[in-house]
Design a protein around this ligand. Sequence first.
Ligand SMILES: Nc1nc2c(ncn2[C@@H]2O[C@H](COP(=O)(O)OP(=O)(O)OP(=O)(O)O)[C@@H](O)[C@H]2O)c(=O)[nH]1
Ligand SMILES: [Mg+2]
Ligand SMILES: [Zn+2]
Length: 293
Amino acid sequence: MAEGRIIKALSGFYYVQSDDGIYQCRGRGLFRNNKVTPLVGDFVDFDIRNDMEGYLINIKPRINELVRPPIANVDRAFIISSAVEPSFSTLLLDRFLVLIESKDIEPVIIISKIDVLPEEEKISIDNFARAYQEIGYKVEQVSSKEPFDIQGIEAYFNDGVSVIAGQSGVGKSSLLNALKPELQIKTDDISKSLGRGKHTTRHVELVQLFGGLVADTPGFSALEFNEIALEEIGDYFPEIRERKGDCKFRGCMHNKEPKCAVKEAVKQGEISQFRYDHYLTFYEEIQSRKPRY
Ligand SMILES: Nc1nc2c(ncn2[C@@H]2O[C@H](COP(=O)(O)OP(=O)(O)OP(=O)(O)O)[C@@H](O)[C@H]2O)c(=O)[nH]1
Ligand SMILES: [Mg+2]
Ligand SMILES: [Zn+2]
């Protein structure tokens, strides 16, 4: 028996990276019966059959898993938000942050396309960057258009598995290409001309990048809070999470309750108003979702 990590799933085969190379493995009935589908990112045990072929025999417990892209054991997510085109949206960024926090994945915020940011809007973007840094998030501003401005980004990829999240067109593929030109990931215009639907079965693959692994089919498209309970939502805003013990009432939802430390912090300017507004937006969204039985 050998051990390894699934780095690619394609046409019924799982490609397992092991100490001595990549094994092409088949799954087994076992997985189908248990309703566990092996995912890219899974740590597995496998039996070696021929030269570099084998059978998966066990999937090790996961620390987390994503649905879109289907991938397990993710350590870090880069959330790309473009400064312009599409315009910078803290609401969307916060949506990604909450989802990523809920999966126990470390977020890194990347503000892209700063090369085309008009001078007069720089201050506003810098202020947002600072607001997120004060919460404790890592924030980087980049340009993936030549001459690249991507200093300091490499170091984040030193270990573990990273995914690249963000709205379509923000420059996810361009950033990866700027970091590693050999990847030659298709960007915007090309994939559009291929038409819709052609890429529905695009496979997920982990590729080596600066010592770590990165999913080269960027995705993270499911942005509903289906798996998040109302009581949890505050835990995914670090600045709310760290104050909840100071609210007068246990189980305070920081909404209508009196003597709420969170609302007080908003009033004092210690919590950004826009973050609190987004908290309420998500809170109401979860509250109004149909109960599932
Ligand atoms: N000026 C400028 N343009 C950029 C930058 N990054 C990406 N772009 C352009 O923005 C468009 C979209 O870039 P992509 O890298 O394809 O975006 P994506 O996030 O991978 O988009 P999807 O694959 O649809 O999710 C392309 O025309 C890129 O050339 C940047 O840093 N500066
Ligand atoms: Mg892309
Ligand atoms: Zn409160």
